[in-house]
Write a protein that binds this ligand. Structure first.
Ligand SMILES: C[S@@+](CC[C@H](N)C(=O)[O-])C[C@H]1O[C@@H](n2cnc3c(N)ncnc32)[C@H](O)[C@@H]1O
Length: 256
């Protein structure tokens, strides 16, 4: 199954049902940063928006215009349904491939890419001079203990962590003041069933990477339950079943 087809079948990026408790180890908050660099004249682009869950909940209502895109038709359909329910007025959803962007040059004040592949060079072109980039990504060592027991997973075999690949691409694209911040989190799940269902929904144990763009063996319906059980036995704490998350944040600016 192709990556796109995977997202077409998933249809949304809502995790409320898993009742995850999160502990943050940094105070880096992309939505706070977004607020700090925008005002009522800002035009914002959200790449790989999923079902629009984050853009609707966290992107500023005061912004002049927000365009949110995804290459999955099913995700954009969900996003439009979510938009109707939300009553928000400054967001438009549309289909677009992040790696083949179809937007005007020097149009946006801020571009956001959260947990989705991006092309910093194309982003650079669509930003106004002085424009801002915010990337949040899932790094190579995310859920590493679990990936090790499966001997595979997202970016598992990459020789260079995705954070470094992205950071280099941002600098090579011409951005200034690029900052890369490792974001460590712990997530806790109340029981094994919720943990298993979560693992079915996310591509953590998929063999895909930004390095070779290789996608093999997407699962949708089942995973080796014995391995999940083994992980649960070794990683259960007072707060629940623990998953060590390794994200990264990148911010950068296009010169004025
Ligand atoms: C992990 S979800 C993240 C969704 C949302 N940004 C969030 O943080 O909640 C990744 C999303 O990126 C989309 N995606 C993956 N590759 C893409 C590409 N090349 N172009 C556009 N969208 C892409 C998927 O369809 C999916 O909706």
């Amino acid at each position: 199954m192709e990556e796109k087809e995977f997202y077409e079948q998933i249809k949304d990026w809502n995790f409320d049902e898993f009742q995850i408790e999160t502990e943050d180890f940094t105070n880096w908050d992309m939505f706070e940063i977004l607020k700090s660099v925008t005002d009522e004249n800002s035009r914002i682009l959200d790449l790989g928006t999923g079902g629009g869950e984050k853009v609707i909940k966290y992107f500023p209502e005061y912004a002049k215009e927000i365009i949110a895109t995804d290459f999955s038709k099913a995700m954009i359909e969900t996003a439009n349904e979510n938009l109707k329910k939300s009553g928000r007025k400054n967001i438009t959803f549309r289909i677009m491939d992040n790696l083949n962007m179809d937007v005007p040059k020097e149009y946006f004040d801020v571009v956001v890419a959260r947990n989705t592949p991006s092309c910093p060079k194309q982003i650079f072109e669509c930003l106004k001079p002085g424009g801002f980039l915010i990337i949040h990504g899932v790094d190579k060592y995310d859920c590493y203990n679990l990936k090790k027991s499966y001997g595979k997973g997202q970016a598992y075999d990459d020789s260079t962590p995705i954070s470094i690949i992205d950071y280099n691409a941002v600098i090579e694209a011409g951005f200034e003041d690029a900052e890369l911040v490792p974001l460590h989190q712990r997530e806790y799940f109340k029981n094994e069933n919720l943990f298993y269902k979560f693992m079915l929904k996310v591509p953590i144990l998929e063999e895909f990477s930004e390095e070779d763009e290789g996608v093999k063996d997407f699962y949708i319906n089942e995973l080796d339950k014995d391995k999940i059980h083994e992980y649960v036995l070794k990683n259960t704490y007072d707060k629940g079943i623990r998953l060590l998350r390794r994200y990264y944040g990148i911010t950068a600016r296009k010169a004025k």
